[in-house]
Design a protein around this ligand. Structure first.
Ligand code: MN
Ligand code: MN
Length: 334
């Protein structure tokens, strides 16, 4: 019989090896897992339970919310607010930070999440996900927005769940990256992808080509060289992928390498990028670096950005280290 290691066992054993581990963190993670199992179930049931389609509302980013954006946000909030492990929360779908209700005890962590990443994919039955990031909160304070605005290097833990053909959780606490598959029969995430490493060499890139006319010269140059294939300066042919769901793109890159770009472009100088630093770029950057990859805006390591706003957007370039470094070099040369 194969010895199966559940996510709970894995985390508890990992925590045991650390000084001053209290077990609080494993409990917090367990609550996130519970929320993600519920989301997995809902996403899987789809319109059998009437959860697809748009809600009649927009989020703080001015994007039309899907019904599931709101439902999954409520699932995350309700799974985490009572636990006593958190001092506060922030969600992509909520304008302000989310306080822990007065009647519940407060803890020493902050949870930030994108409850349903890639939600435009949900109505067409393609992959979506949940992304989360855990930060420390100074003890005994009621956190204000400024207390959330920590650099990505300060993250205690980051992870995402991909609701694809299988439901998978990918997790880092700063000791490598591990992948767990949800065993629907027993309701547990099981360690199936220990120590995930991103291949350094790749011939795959992912970018929304329809924005090409707005890209800045370094990105134009990089993609142009890829497109020239064997006859160009790279001397090899490239493939293109575009799933329009960050969790799915990142999972592919973790599995077989590649590079993903949502660069800054010339459409609107007030919006330097599209993806959110706190809910998307930081957790994915932590995972990328822990798996041997890299993550940058083109000019700056994502994890070193000092956030100015909880809903701040940034340009995002991530994936195989050599490719990200090449793109960063093109930015420096320009
Ligand atoms: Mn998202
Ligand atoms: Mn979302």
């Amino acid at each position: 019989m194969i010895n199966k290691v559940s996510l709970t066992q894995f985390i508890i054993e990992q925590q045991r090896g650390l000084p001053d581990a209290t077990g609080t963190f494993s409990l917090l993670l367990n609550n996130i897992v519970t929320a993600c199992k519920e989301i997995s179930h809902l996403v899987n049931r789809g319109n059998l339970v009437g959860v697809l389609g748009s809600a009649d509302s927009e989020n703080v980013q001015g994007e039309v919310q899907k019904k599931l954006d709101i439902i999954t946000n409520d699932i995350m909030v309700n799974a985490l607010n009572w636990t006593g492990h958190l001092a506060g929360m922030a969600s992509e779908e909520v304008d302000d930070i989310i306080d822990i209700p007065e009647n519940y005890p407060k803890g020493k962590y902050l949870a930030l999440f994108d409850p349903l990443d890639g939600s435009s994919n949900i109505d067409v039955n393609l992959a979506v996900g949940t992304i989360f990031s855990i930060l420390h909160c100074p003890e005994g304070i009621k956190p204000k927005v400024e207390d959330f605005l920590l650099k990505g290097v300060e993250q205690v833990c980051a992870g995402f769940v991909l609701y694809g053909p299988s439901t998978m959780m990918v997790l880092t606490t700063g000791h490598g990256v591990n992948g767990f598959t949800l065993d629907q029969d027993i309701g547990e995430f099981i360690l199936t992808h220990p120590n995930m490493r991103i291949p350094e060499e790749t011939n795959e890139f992912a970018i929304n080509m329809s924005n090409q006319r707005f890209w800045e010269p370094p990105v134009q140059r990089y993609i142009d060289e890829c497109l020239q294939g064997k006859d160009g300066p790279r001397g090899k042919n490239f493939n293109m992928r575009w799933i329009a769901s960050l969790v799915a793109e990142v999972y592919r890159i973790l599995t077989r390498g590649g590079v993903f770009l949502y660069p800054s472009d010339l459409r609107d100088s007030s919006k330097p990028g599209r993806l959110r630093l706190m809910y998307e770029a930081n957790p994915m950057a932590f995972i990328m670096e822990q798996a041997g990859g890299a993550c940058s805006t083109g000019f700056e390591r994502i994890l070193e950005i000092k956030p100015t706003h909880i809903h701040q957007r940034v340009p995002l370039i991530l994936g195989s280290k050599n490719e990200v470094e090449r793109i960063v070099a093109y930015h420096q040369e320009s």
